[in-house]
Design a protein around this ligand. Structure first.
Ligand code: NAI
Ligand code: MG
Length: 356
């Protein structure tokens, strides 16, 4: 069993360090943990944001724990040398096509959400976003038309196989939750969406225990803030998923609490290969000051244990410890509290020991 740890830049280093304390505490038999460089750190030391050695390490692992990349000192570099190319390069090179973004309310934090507390309290949704296709990857360009106007275009397209593989990921995820899957599209106007819907229905035949329904994306955006409790698992394309997942995460309240997974097709001996990271970036404004909330990275580690290593009980232990520490009132600056990164780490470690 091997995990590649890529802390990256800024607070990526600090939050990853705290998450690794939890991993050590679990004492998984036969686990190998190897560190690699990405982002500005890798550019400074090795001349490239995603060095070949890091890619090799990632390929030879069962899962990747990723911190964050990004550094203001790199703003003037050519695009292919910018730190952010590391995460894009890893997703592409490793075929990570399924982005899992859970947004779950934590008891006691309802007032941090922009929603009414009684609505925010109910959120427990998993968004499964397709990550390799759609309008981001279709033919694109700009030109000057004959009438002299400038014109830009981005083609939205999905191949059947791309929809089918994300459908399987989403149905399987729904099976580990409340067996309800909402497929979000715009089938009333888009051909890609009609294909998406048809394939979802075809695949649903293989998952008779999961209840599938369909919703137009504009309605889904509305329902997410009006009655989020009506959702369990959502599956959607790259563009709609980009927007809806950010929307859902803000319903929870803080960027320092939200984990994510990017899964591929490759199966390991223990589960599905994937890359796990907090949804936040490298936060240069607070980097190196012991102010970052490491909980999003801890919860990303829990997802790693669940999906890539088949360690559900360990995943739940971390999730429970984080929720209880929050309920105890230990809060980082992102939640209006004063607990430092290491203090939050200490509190979660202590909690983990007490609930073993
Ligand atoms: P950011 O997520 O790094 O920070 C946004 C705000 O939230 C900042 O005020 C920051 O202090 C705060 N924040 C973020 N995480 C926090 C935590 N764990 N605890 C407490 N406060 C936290 O986004 P921003 O500022 O737009 O980007 C900074 C750099 O990160 C950029 O270079 C950007 O490209 C990169 N980035 C990298 C990502 C990745 O590695 N996947 C994702 C998003 C941004
Ligand atoms: Mg990130």
């Amino acid at each position: 069993m091997k995990i590649a740890v890529l802390p990256g830049d800024g607070i990526g280093q600090e939050v990853t360090r705290e998450a690794l304390r939890l991993l050590e505490l679990l004492e998984l038999p036969g686990l190998e943990v190897e560190h690699g460089e990405v982002g500005a750190t890798a550019y400074r030391n090795q001349g490239h944001p995603l060095p070949e050695a890091t890619l090799e390490l990632a390929r030879s692992s069962d899962a990747i724990l990723f911190g964050a990349v990004g550094d203001p000192s790199c703003d003037n570099l050519e695009r292919h040398l910018r730190p952010e190319q590391a995460i894009l390069g890893l997703r592409a090179a490793l075929g990570l096509f399924a982005n899992l973004r859970p947004a779950t309310a934590f008891p006691g934090l309802e007032h941090m959400s922009g929603l009414k507390p009684e609505i925010a309290r109910e959120i427990d949704v998993l968004i499964v976003r397709e990550l390799n296709g759609d309008v981001y990857f279709g033919d694109k360009g700009t030109r000057v038309r004959e009438d002299g106007q400038r014109e830009g275009w981005d083609m939205m397209s999905y191949a059947e196989s791309e929809v089918r593989r994300i459908a399987h990921t989403a149905f399987r995820a729904a099976q580990t939750r409340k067996n309800r899957l909402t497929s979000v599209d715009k089938a009333n106007v888009l051909e890609t969406s009609q294909l998406w819907r048809d394939v979802m229905i075809e695949v649903s035949a293989e998952y008779p225990d999961v209840e599938l329904d369909h919703m137009y994306v504009d309605n889904a955006a509305m329902q997410l803030v009006k009655a989020p409790a009506n959702f369990d698992t959502i599956v959607t394309g790259n563009l709609f998923g980009d927007i809806l997942s950010d929307q859902a995460s803000m319903c929870v309240g803080s960027i320092g609490l939200l984990p994510s997974a990017a899964l591929g097709e490759r199966q390991t001996d223990y589960g599905t290969f994937g890359l796990y990271e907090p949804i936040h970036g490298s936060a240069p404004d607070i980097a190196g000051k012991n102010l970052a909330n490491p909980m999003a990275t801890m919860l990303s580690l829990a997802m790693l244990l669940r999906h890539s290593l088949g360690r559900e009980a360990d995943a739940e232990r971390i999730e429970r410890a984080v929720a209880e520490v929050l309920a105890d009132g230990v809060r980082g600056g992102d939640l209006g509290g004063s607990a430092t990164t290491t203090e939050i780490g200490d509190a979660v470690v202590t909690k983990m020991v007490s609930i073993s």
